[in-house]
Design a protein around this ligand. Structure first.
Ligand code: SF4
Length: 497
């Protein structure tokens, strides 16, 4: 079974106005037994655009052939025309939006990846990051595998291709057993669609239904947009298979583990109109703001969000504290892809182009600024300065997450640790750096309470919170090997003869 590939390349300068944020790297969507699967997938991907804006791809299957279309740029740039959708016929389709970190940019890394295996066509869309992909890749290359991309996801294809089990499902399970890290996968084979989540459920994956069609998506908002019903989440460690007769079956081949879903989905990544881990993202963010107000109260005249991501937490802070909520910063929604930002100074310019102080609200006021996180701190500094320039009498900065002091290795684009402000200094020096009158972060227990959990169970936390605590829920084989190599280079006398 051969895939017909007609990739379209759109090259353009990439500018990210949220350069001082952690960035979710991917969103996935799949539709099976749908009358117009590719159109539904394009719509679903559009709703997930916030999870990846650098490239988009869709693979479809019409019962005989697979069709592949992938391109750099937004979903609308690649899949808004009738001609584009017409190139993707069939009742099954899977799509992917991405940023690039693991594997880097370039069309060859744009997903879904596709391969012709002995068992037939195999397409995979992956959200997450395989933290032992480098090690597995070395072993596979040593056995003669030839990689087409630098994506960690291609390792999965090679492991499936070389598994000795007879069925595609057993081959996939065999491959997944070797992976460590985070994966939410949508797989297409000539037999149907398979959706699965890593045993800890680090990255989200939801299941929906419309008519006879079964859908899978990173976030429930994608179901709303295509007019589908949200059914349930794919459970951590679960594999769901849907065939073309509409049969749906569920497997749990990896035993029982305590789930550790990414808590940052609740802070920032997911859209506020999504449901994740059974909880409304919007309500969780408001509750984080209320926790912040209780934990770190301050005398002030106004609560002002850093738009857009700080808005729900600011509403929660205002309601809990009784301090009025106002829009003291107005965001331009038309800034974005026009400008290149190759240096720090350009990044600052980007912040100013995106946010403007609402002087009529701010002047002479003591304000509480609410943002979701501080990463490098450069944007926070710019915004505090913008408030002072607009005449704010006092600027108190409150952050709806604990200090981000560690890198993420599970599919989120984090600056290296040396660039994270909280990895370099405590809260008081951070306050000085961003030039605020006061600075406070929600506590880790406050964050857990806000998203409906008991305080953090240190012996077995209910979430992945490694970027705050450094407590990584899986082995990090590639990272540890790299550290060992660096140590050997630094101290060559330690080498075993
Ligand atoms: S390290 Fe942070 S961003 Fe990464 S999965 Fe864990 S909680 Fe989410």
């Amino acid at each position: 079974m051969k895939a017909r590939t007609d990739p379209m390349t759109i090259t353009h300068p990439f500018y990210d106005a949220d350069g001082d944020k952690l960035r979710e790297e991917c969103g996935v969507f799949g539709a099976v037994n749908a009358t117009d699967a590719a159109a539904a997938t394009a719509l679903g991907l559009h709703a997930l655009q916030h999870r990846g804006q650098e490239a988009a791809g869709i693979v479809s299957f019409d019962g005989a052939d697979f069709f592949v279309r992938r391109g750099l740029g937004h979903v609308v740039e690649n899949f808004s025309s009738q001609e584009a959708i017409a190139e993707l016929p069939g009742m099954m389709a899977a799509g992917h939006v991405r940023y690039s970190t693991t594997g880097g940019a370039g069309l060859r890394n744009v997903q879904p990846l596709y391969a012709d295996l002995a068992s037939g066509g195999f397409a995979v869309a992956h959200n997450g990051n395989i933290s032992n992909a480098g090690t597995l890749r070395e072993e596979l290359v040593g056995r003669g595998a030839i990689f087409q991309s630098t994506s960690d996801t291609e390792v999965i294809i090679h492991l499936v291709a070389t598994s000795r089990y007879p069925t595609i499902m057993d081959r996939l399970i065999d491959a997944l057993r070797l992976l460590e890290g985070a994966y939410a996968l949508i797989v297409m084979t000539p037999e149907g669609m398979i959706a699965c989540r890593d045993p800890l459920g680090i990255r989200p994956l939801q299941m929906g239904k419309i008519g006879d069609a079964t859908l899978f998506a990173s976030e429930t908002v994608a179901f709303d947009v295509v007019g589908a019903d949200f059914v349930r989440q794919v459970e951590p460690g679960e594999i769901i298979r849907v065939d073309f007769d509409g049969n749906v079956d569920s497997l749990h081949p990896f035993g029982t583990h305590r789930p550790r879903p990414c808590i940052f989905e609740h802070v920032y990544f997911s859209r506020p109109d999504s449901i994740s881990d059974g909880r409304s993202i919007y309500e969780g963010r408001k509750a984080i703001g209320a926790e912040l107000a209780r934990e770190t109260p301050v005398e002030a005249d106004l609560v002002i969000p850093v738009p857009d991501s700080g808005v729900p937490a600011a509403i929660g802070y205002a309601q809990e504290s009784g301090i009025p909520f106002e829009l003291g910063i107005i965001r331009s929604h038309y800034v974005g892809r026009t400008f290149i930002q190759p240096s720090d100074s350009d990044r600052h310019a980007g912040v100013k182009r995106k946010h403007n102080a609402n002087r009529a609200m701010v002047e002479g006021k003591r304000i509480v600024l609410i943002d979701d996180s501080i990463v490098r701190g450069t944007t926070s500094l710019q915004i505090v300065e913008m408030m002072r320039d607009a005449g704010a009498a006092e600027v108190h900065f409150r952050v709806a997450s604990p200090p981000t002091a560690h890198s993420c290795f599970y599919g989120v684009d984090t600056p290296e640790r040396s660039k994270l402000l909280a990895a370099q200094m405590d809260v008081e020096p951070m306050r000085e750096f961003i030039k605020a009158d006061s600075l406070a972060f929600v506590s880790i227990d406050g964050l857990y309470r806000a998203v409906g959990e008991k305080p953090r169970d240190a012996s077995c936390p209910q979430f992945c919170d490694a970027c705050f605590t450094g407590d990584y829920p899986t082995a990090l084989t590639d990272i540890r090997r790299r550290e060992d190599k660096q140590q050997q280079l630094a101290f060559p006398s330690n080498k075993v003869a």
